[in-house]
Design a protein around this ligand. Structure first.
Ligand code: IMP
Length: 420
């Protein structure tokens, strides 16, 4: 049976831990969007490991980890990650890098800085938007081009020429040299080039052979370039619809669409966040929850669970089941707030607005739920869970209308419980 793991908030929902856990029963693991802007934290064999590009399947032998065409690949990051993971595991993970995935180049990061997107949109400054922009503008470099250095060089040359015209007085841009860029890239990508190939055919074969495939989303639904809080979004499709396009298979047979959400809410970078709290409550959520970016180290803004956004994300992805993470962080808060509706210009609304400017004007209408004081981080059986915790889970489930089948109370794989 194939499963897709999808983030339902603004990223950082704990998908890394869940995919790492589920990957051991899958044969093929596919990451379908984003690039080194993502940061997944997993605890593998007792060691904390941060990944940015390599799918979680890479932690297990006999699995194939596919980086599919919806991704943008920074080979410097990928090569480092592959080497340190190989050292940690004692063997090298098998990768398949889609030949039609685009390559992030040093000038993409440079452009992001020149355009001030880091400041304005709070991006991760990993060159993501300029790389996707080049893809749409038909002047990107794809992983498969690296197998033919003459093709890669002519593509790079064309891009460098355009950049020089666009930034005539920037010395970093004027110093760019297509041949040097290619030489550096070939050094970084060299060990990984044998992994570049036709990922779509491999996934079609896996479906035909009825293998268990696990699809791993990066970022979250509310950061989707089409369906998120535009323009404060990332540049890829983070939802199930994006998965289909990224793998090149129409209506893939993915029986379980597991949506992952945190028991509260966080956001990093810029953009509206109706249920954000401040002061002591935020400080406590941040420090207990360790809410600092894996990729950038930035402190994340924190707030209460937004049910308007959650319902929207669950419906958009057609989720069949849900995983709630970081429930342990909510211990000792007294009453817990959740937001089943917003107030917009005096009217109550329960529809998630697609424009960031409108979302900015929404005020949360909170409902209060009894909290719990017990430390639940060591609970390993749901029958030992305080009644108030189970009521919180049941309340969300009723509101959203999809079963919560996985409950996580800590970063370790053991701190995850299945719920019938
Ligand atoms: P970009 O993806 O670097 O272009 O950043 C666009 C927005 O997405 C910024 O608000 C980032 O903070 C956010 N973002 C990108 N990747 C992640 C992630 O993995 N977790 C949380 N936020 C992210």
């Amino acid at each position: 049976m194939s499963t897709a793991v999808l983030g339902l908030q603004w990223g950082d929902e704990g998908k890394g831990k869940i995919t790492h856990l589920l990957a051991k029963d899958a044969r093929v693991i596919v990451r379908f969007n984003g690039g080194a802007n993502a940061g997944h934290t997993v605890i593998d064999r007792g060691v904390k490991f941060g990944t940015h590009l390599i799918p979680a399947g890479a932690f297990y032998p006999d699995t194939l980890s596919i980086l599919s065409s919806g991704m943008v690949i920074d080979f410097a990051v990928l090569c480092d990650e592959w080497q340190s993971l190989s050292k940690h595991l004692g063997w090298s993970p098998q990768l398949l890098i889609a030949e039609n995935a685009h390559v992030v180049l040093p000038y993409h990061r440079l452009q992001e800085d020149l355009e001030g997107s880091g400041k304005h949109f709070g991006t991760t400054r990993r060159g993501i938007a300029p790389c996707y922009r080049d893809k749409a503008a038909k002047r990107g470099l794809r992983a498969g081009d690296l197998l033919y250095p003459d093709i890669a060089l002519s593509r790079l040359q064309a891009s460098v020429d355009l950049l020089k015209q666009a930034w005539p007085s920037d010395s970093d841009v004027q110093q760019l040299d297509a041949k040097d860029l290619l030489d550096d890239l070939m050094k970084q990508a060299g060990p990984l080039l044998p992994f570049v190939g036709d990922a779509t055919s491999a996934m079609m074969d896996a479906f035909e052979n009825e293998e268990d495939i696990l699809f791993e989303g990066a970022q979250g639904t509310l950061l989707d370039v089409d369906h998120g809080s535009y323009p404060f979004v990332t540049s890829s499709s983070t939802t199930f619809a994006g998965l289909s396009n990224s793998i090149g298979i129409p209506s893939p047979d993915v029986a379980d669409r597991l949506g992952v959400f945190k028991a509260y809410m966080t956001r990093v970078g810029a953009g509206p966040f109706p249920t954000r709290v401040d002061g002591e409550v935020e400080e406590r959520l941040r420090s207990v929850g360790g809410e600092f970016g894996v990729t950038t180290g930035r402190p994340r803004d924190c707030g209460w669970l937004d049910l308007v956004a959650l319902k929207y994300a669950v419906r958009l992805n057609g989720c069949t089941s849900l995983a709630i993470t970081k429930l342990d962080v909510l211990s000792g808060f007294g009453d817990i707030k959740v937001c089943p509706a917003y107030r917009l210009e005096g009217e109550a609304i329960s529809q998630f607005p697609l424009s960031a400017e409108i979302l900015e004007r929404c005020e949360p209408e909170y409902a209060s739920i009894s909290g719990w004081d017990d430390d639940i981080s060591q609970v390993r059986d749901l029958s030992d869970m305080p009644a108030a915790v189970m009521e919180y889970i049941a309340f969300i489930e009723r509101e959203v209308g999809v079963p919560i089948t996985l409950v996580s109370v800590g970063p370790e794989p053991e701190a995850t419980m299945w719920r019938a």
